[in-house]
Write a protein that binds this ligand. Structure first.
Ligand SMILES: [Fe+2]
Ligand SMILES: [Fe+2]
Length: 268
């Protein structure tokens, strides 16, 4: 069993597809993950299963690998404590989670904005352009830059979990670029395709960061590092945050109000 704990998860799953299904039941999304070179033992640690869940998962996995044998269930060595109830973020991580809240407010509005979109209406196109500006200025330059330029530097960026997040950021940027091109061409199909793809990607991305990545990072950062991060994030807030945050908040509030009270269609 030790040998499988030290094998990349994609190899384990391709040999034993049932293991992928078991991990999915515990909301461990290794099957759709585009990188997948985490070792099985890392997955147990990164997802911080409770001791009971860990015993259960390991017992089920061993049964798949060795169906005819009863083997002792190995305990995964952890550098950090196991989960105890609700997630508690350190102050810098809480800042990032709060920024996600504003990003999610815009993402939630996207389906209705697209439903009401008329590419011949300058006002509708302006909302899409401002939405793209929100993504570029707030979600990307302000928020993703904090992650990429500061937070991720505290960890080995070759770790699968970080490579997956960086890949998501790059993919999100390419959707926004395509979205802006579609707005310029008044191409409704392109706008719908790329804004929806962005929404789906970011929804999953934020969920992974809030529920898996940030708690795992918090468990691995020292008290000194947490303090350093907090002051570095505050510096970014002071230098580039204010104008951007206010402008982007105002955009979200404006669209929320528009969606709640859509203009009645006037027919001749
Ligand atoms: Fe991110
Ligand atoms: Fe994030």
């Amino acid at each position: 069993m030790e040998i499988y704990l030290n094998t990349p998860i994609k190899e384990v799953i391709s040999k034993f597809p049932k293991i992928g299904e078991i991990l999915e039941e515990y909301e461990i999304g290794c099957v759709p993950c585009s990188v997948g070179s985490c070792l099985l033992k890392d997955i147990i640690e990164i997802h911080n299963l409770s001791e009971e869940e860990e015993r259960e998962v390991m017992a089920r996995i061993s049964k798949v690998i060795y169906p005819d044998r009863v083997i002792p269930i190995p305990k995964v060595e952890r550098k950090t404590k196991t989960r105890t109830g609700e997630i508690k973020y350190s102050p810098p991580m809480k800042k990032l989670v709060d920024e996600h809240v504003l990003i999610k407010r815009w993402i939630t509005l996207i389906p209705q904005v697209l439903e009401l979109l008329n590419v011949e209406s300058p006002e509708d196109l302006r909302i899409i352009s401002e939405g793209a500006d929100f993504i570029r200025s707030y979600a990307d330059k302000f928020h993703h830059a904090k992650e990429e330029d500061i937070l991720f530097k505290y960890f080995d960026e070759n770790l699968d979990v970080l490579r997956t997040m960086l890949k998501d950021h790059t993919k999100a940027r390419s959707h926004v670029k395509a979205l802006i091109e579609a707005v310029e061409k008044k191409d409704k199909k392109g706008i719908v395709e790329h804004l929806n793809a962005y929404r789906e990607l970011l929804t999953e991305h934020i969920k992974k960061e809030d529920e898996i990545l940030y708690p795992w990072m918090d468990r691995n950062l020292s008290v000194k590092e947490v303090g350093e991060l907090f002051s570095k994030f505050n510096e970014v807030d002071e230098i580039s945050g204010n104008g951007v945050t206010e402008r982007c908040k105002a955009f979200v509030v404006k669209v929320e109000e528009k969606i709640q009270t859509p203009k009645k269609e006037v027919r001749p």
